[in-house]
Ligand binder design. Structure first.
Ligand code: NAP
Length: 257
């Protein structure tokens, strides 16, 4: 018997990386999964790789979280095909890093659109289902970059915005049986951090080693680390926790050790 038996979870940006890690973990605990990603083929392929329990099912849904029509259609499709919706993980994300003087208006808008508008649109669509059934779990992906990170004025602002958004939705939706929390990953091995290494002209392994070296637990994070926290925060065991951001960063936000 899994913690997520009979539950349906929709995870955005889940064709790979942290989102896929969360999908794998929730599936292993019994959930049916909707993998939402920009590319429907990649989403369907990721869904087909999940190891499902009992009569749980998984589907891939194509869509852009920053487009209201895509989001509304995605939520409708998930409810129709998987029979409901209980957990929403707002994980889709992009980076467009640059120092302020080189950052373009497009870099700013794109990052705000995917992270903030995307989470807003997804929550707005899902809350209709959640409020009606008086049950729902929302998990938003923040980041340690919310505390400030050179070259990420757009991303840091969006990720701190996600924390304020999380607190506000927790206040609004708590009376309707909906918990809203966030996780703030530290350096996590995915294509996103590999792309950062490439941008900094560093070898991927060297970049990971450097990040591990200054972390209190002397290692980098993996999608499974974030997924373990997500699986707790979206479970009924965490029903008295709402509006919180849990940093999952090996203690990196405590300072370098
Ligand atoms: P990733 O490997 O780059 O995966 C992100 C996924 O999101 C990709 O499949 C991407 O699709 C999808 N996506 C991007 N824009 C989208 C949109 N508008 N609509 C739907 N899907 C979209 O990234 P990750 O490292 O797993 O990051 C996942 C989340 O964790 C992000 O919110 C990120 O900011 C956050 N985070 C990551 C780290 C880290 O160290 N990795 C640390 C802190 C926070 P395409 O491939 O088609 O672009």
């Amino acid at each position: 018997m899994g913690r997520y038996d009979g539950r349906v979870a929709l995870i955005t940006g889940a064709a790979r990386g942290i989102g896929f890690g969360i999908a794998e973990r929730l599936a292993a605990e019994g959930a049916s999964i909707a993998v939402l990603d920009l590319d429907e083929t990649a989403a369907a392929e990721a869904a087909s790789r999940l190891e499902l329990q009992g009569d749980a099912r998984a589907i891939g849904v194509g869509g852009n979280v920053a487009k209201a029509a895509d989001v509304d259609a995605a939520v409708e499709r998930v409810v129709a095909e998987l029979g409901g919706l209980h957990v929403l993980v707002n994980n889709a994300g992009i980076t467009r890093d640059n120092l302020l003087f080189k950052m373009t208006e497009e870099d700013w808008d794109l990052v705000m659109d995917v992270h903030l508008k995307g989470a807003f649109l997804m929550c707005k669509a899902a809350q209709k289902v959640f409020v009606e059934q008086k049950y729902g779990k929302i998990l938003n992906l923040s980041s340690i970059s919310a505390l400030g990170n050179r070259g990420q004025a757009n991303y840091s602002a969006a990720k701190m915005g996600i924390q304020a958004f999380t607190r506000t939705l927790a206040l609004e939706l708590g009376p309707f049986g909906v918990n809203v929390n966030a996780v703030g990953p530290g350096f996590t091995v995915t294509e996103m951090t590999d792309a950062t290494a490439a941008r900094l002209k560093l070898d991927v392994d060297e970049f990971r080693r450097l990040n591990a070296e200054h972390n209190p637990v002397r290692r980098v994070g993996y999608p499974e680390d974030i997924a373990a926290a997500a699986a707790f925060l979206c479970s009924d065991e965490a029903s008295y926790i709402t509006g919180q951001t849990l940093y999952v960063d090996g203690g990196g936000t405590l300072g370098s050790a």
